[in-house]
Design a protein around this ligand. Structure first.
Ligand SMILES: [Zn+2]
Length: 227
């Protein structure tokens, strides 16, 4: 009879591994999307930086333009009243410097506008990609979730079928999250995994009487010979 319970234990373990595989797959899918969302966030921040820079340059442009006009007006006013030649020269010189600044600003502003336009195109493309990937991810996750629900159901059924000692053994070993799995065998008088020495009596109880036993050292469940 207990041979059957060992099979159930093994089935439970392999279903549990499938479950972990599905959980990882769901996680990977969601990771794919969050990577793209992070990228979008990053690009939006760059776009905002460009906008701020453009705004402040435009602001400065208008200020400089006003100063240029004032200098030109001052020069003209002095000329009209036949003012001091040196002062006129000073205003003209000032106006020239403002004009140079305006040209430099204009170039930067144009470059920024081109950059912003490119960023906008890129972000539109990225939004479209994210929309497509979102739909894909949603579909995949839903599919995995359905499989997961079925697995959970089977896991619960197996657990409910098991006799109490097997159920307790399962819960105890699962909690330990043992690497490679919760099972071992007697191999040449020792635990296959950790080589802990097993007595002849224990070996016979495990392999012949198919009793439920744990390795005292690595705490894995012994599967009897042939199961
Ligand atoms: Zn062991």
């Amino acid at each position: 009879m207990s041979a059957e319970w060992f099979l159930k234990l093994k089935e439970y373990d392999s279903l549990e591994k499938m479950k972990n595989g599905l959980l990882k797959a769901i996680n990977d899918e969601e990771g794919r999307l969050s990577l793209l969302n992070n990228k979008r966030q990053e690009q939006r921040e760059l776009e905002n930086g460009l906008k701020t820079e453009l705004h402040s340059l435009q602001q400065d442009y208008f200020e400089t333009e006003k100063k240029l006009n004032t200098s030109e007006e001052q020069a003209q006013r002095l000329r009209d009243i036949g003012g001091d030649e040196e002062k006129i020269k000073k205003f003209v010189h000032e106006a020239g410097a403002f004009e140079a600044t305006l040209f430099a600003h204009l170039e930067k502003i144009e470059a920024l506008q081109v950059g912003l336009e490119e960023k906008k195109t890129f972000l539109t493309g990225l939004d479209k990609t994210i929309l497509e990937i979102s739909a894909e991810v949603k579909e995949e996750v839903n599919k995995h979730q359905k499989d997961l629900d079925q697995l959970e159901l089977r896991l619960t059924l197996i657990k409910d079928e098991l006799p109490l000692d097997f159920k307790a053994a399962l819960e105890k070993t699962l909690k330990k999250n043992l690497a490679i799995g919760p099972f071992t065998r007697v191999d040449n008088g020792s635990c296959y995994f950790c080589r802990f020495k097993i007595s002849r009596v224990d070996e016979s109880e495990i392999d012949m009487q198919k009793n439920l036993k744990f390795c005292p050292q690595c705490l894995r469940i012994f599967l009897p010979y042939g199961s």
